[in-house]
Ligand binder design. Structure first.
Ligand code: SF4
Length: 65
């Protein structure tokens, strides 16, 4: 990012782990472990926008739509 990106878009990686960007910055991780299953999209109307595949006990955050 320090090499001049003007725009970065992040979607499901943040749904998967709300601390995703902070973890990238501290180099705790270098990629998301979101598997792009889209179950969060399928369950959005029922559960809000949360990672429904969260099996690692990651902190979750409910986003208002
Ligand atoms: S439900 Fe699947 S696609 Fe959605 S954030 Fe979780 S792992 Fe990613």
């Amino acid at each position: 990012m320090q090499k001049g990106f003007e725009f970065v878009q992040v979607g499901r990686a943040i749904v998967r782990d709300p601390d995703f960007v902070n973890k990238l910055q501290t180099e705790e991780i270098n990629a998301t472990d979101c598997d792009h299953c889209n179950r969060c999209v399928a369950e959005m109307a029922n559960k809000g926008l949360v990672c429904t595949a969260n099996t690692k006990g990651l902190k979750t955050k409910e986003y208002k739509l």
